[in-house]
Design a protein around this ligand. Sequence first.
Ligand SMILES: Cc1ncc(COP(=O)(O)O)c(C=O)c1O
Length: 383
Amino acid sequence: MNKYNFDELVNRKNTGSYKWNLLKEDELPMWVADMDFHVLPEIKEAILKRVEVDAFGYVECPEEYFESYKNWFKRNHDLDLDTRCMAFSIGVVASIDSILKHLVPPHSGVIIQSPVYHVFYHCIENNGHVVKENRLIDKDNYQIDFDNLESLLSDENNKAMILCNPHNPIGRIWSKEELKRIVDLCEKYDVLLISDEIHCDITEPGYKYNSILSVTDNAIALFAPTKAFNIASIKSSIAVCPDEAIKVKFLKGFGMDDIGEPNYIASPATIAAFTYGDEWNKEMREYIYNNKKYVVDFINKELPMLKVTDIKATYLLWVDISKVSNNSEAFIRHLRRQTGLFVSCGKQFGSGGEGHIRINLATSFANVKDACERLKQYILSII
Ligand SMILES: Cc1ncc(COP(=O)(O)O)c(C=O)c1O
């Protein structure tokens, strides 16, 4: 018997939600990466308790905040994190931005593995760095092109690499062997390794992700409760780096960029998530898995011209539509206009993204079934 009801959704219309704002009556948004589920009740209680005090001045980040990460990662990922290596940041993207700005010389190359979370491109380019893509090989649910990676890392103009672990949008959990090879190469060529691990708590039941910090002390790992607990707008994350010299440098940068202090509710919400969220997280992952299974079976049976990547992490399904369209922008626009289903366009995720769409499965099973019918209706109308 489940404790939480993920069939029952929050009505997010008129709440200022990116996803649910400005929609026509019958539209179904399955794009931006947040969830439609009710949050863990203890998170809401912690926020309500916090706002009972009628003064919202500056607040510190309590030791308990860092302890809650430490305990969560030990319990759920068998990872020992030292709270002295942690620094608060208002978000993973803000951390990446700041680290690139302060630790990576201007104009140098930053390596990412495309197709990948599109905001990495903005962080790199906005800071005057140059994007260097190591395109993933679209074979057996995507593989790393280690030869090309080594050739990029050996170029002395390339000074940093951002790893997406697990990887949005292709849903891969990188193995310890793959991580070790990346780490060895980054160390060999003295390239700063930043590992964005925001999706680590959304794995398929039975599958565990591997943190970069399980294979090296020589990297910066970025963690947050926001993606897995649907609290993205509370702005809470940490950067963890066992190497003291690197930590000191980025801490200074966080101060200069004013991203190193929490807002009023960030720490109580985070502590509640990491203290009381184990069962919620387990049931959420099972729910997402059932949603995924339904869509994958549906596509394989009804729409065999599409190809689904077998994601093992994230709630984002990566679908190859190249047999029916080589223009994902036009595809998602027409899909929305004709059926109301609104998904993400693959092209935005960089090279290797064109010819794909990304579907957000963090919604009710009823919505997922509805989305499948809408997708089928559209595909059948264009072939
Ligand atoms: C890989 C990845 N990193 C970072 C973020 C956003 O993190 P934050 O809201 O902490 O900036 C997202 C959001 O979708 C993401 O997919």
